[in-house]
Ligand binder design. Structure first.
Ligand code: AMP
Ligand code: ZN
Length: 140
């Protein structure tokens, strides 16, 4: 996609601090890091959502994430990492080329878990759990 900033990075038209590349995947430092070593792992195929990627590319993407997380952690002396994907505009995805964030985490960094995001968490009764369980499993 000509007007996609991540496709332009893949094509070498925009520079990036690349840390890993294979046939299907590119990983580079986030230009506006949430922590030192914040890395983006992207498929070379332009799709906005994880679900739209061909299965083999999705496999390659998450295989690379699994390989890169310990590399990122070790490189910056992190104790852990948060791995996340803003998957669709309503989730806050700003670049419409799917990408996985690997953000180094440190004991006592005070950031909290993904659960610390300001979710309007619903209280579901058993029937509502049953309904949503069935609705997802029917489609999975
Ligand atoms: P998201 O909100 O999940 O779409 O995140 C997009 C991420 O891309 C942000 O963390 C940006 O800092 C990062 N980003 C945007 N442009 C660039 C760029 N040219 N090189 C590296 N990271 C970028
Ligand atoms: Zn793209």
């Amino acid at each position: 996609m000509a007007d996609c900033i991540f496709c332009q990075i893949i094509d070498g038209e925009i520079p990036s601090r690349t840390v890993y590349e294979d046939e299907d995947v590119l990983a580079f430092l986030d230009v506006n890091p949430l922590a030192r070593g914040h890395t983006l792992v992207i498929p070379k195929a332009h799709e906005a959502a994880a679900a739209d990627l061909p299965g083999d590319v999705r496999d390659a993407l998450f295989t690379a994430v699994g390989r890169l997380a310990p590399a990122v952690e070790a490189a910056v002396g992190a104790d852990a990492s948060t791995i996340g994907m803003n998957n669709g505009p309503a989730s806050g995805q700003e670049v419409p080329h799917g990408h996985v964030h690997v953000v180094p985490r440190f004991e006592g960094d005070g950031v909290g878990p993904l659960h610390a995001l300001d979710w309007p968490a619903p209280e579901l009764d058993d029937d509502e759990f049953d309904d949503v369980q069935a609705a997802i499993s029917d489609r999975a």
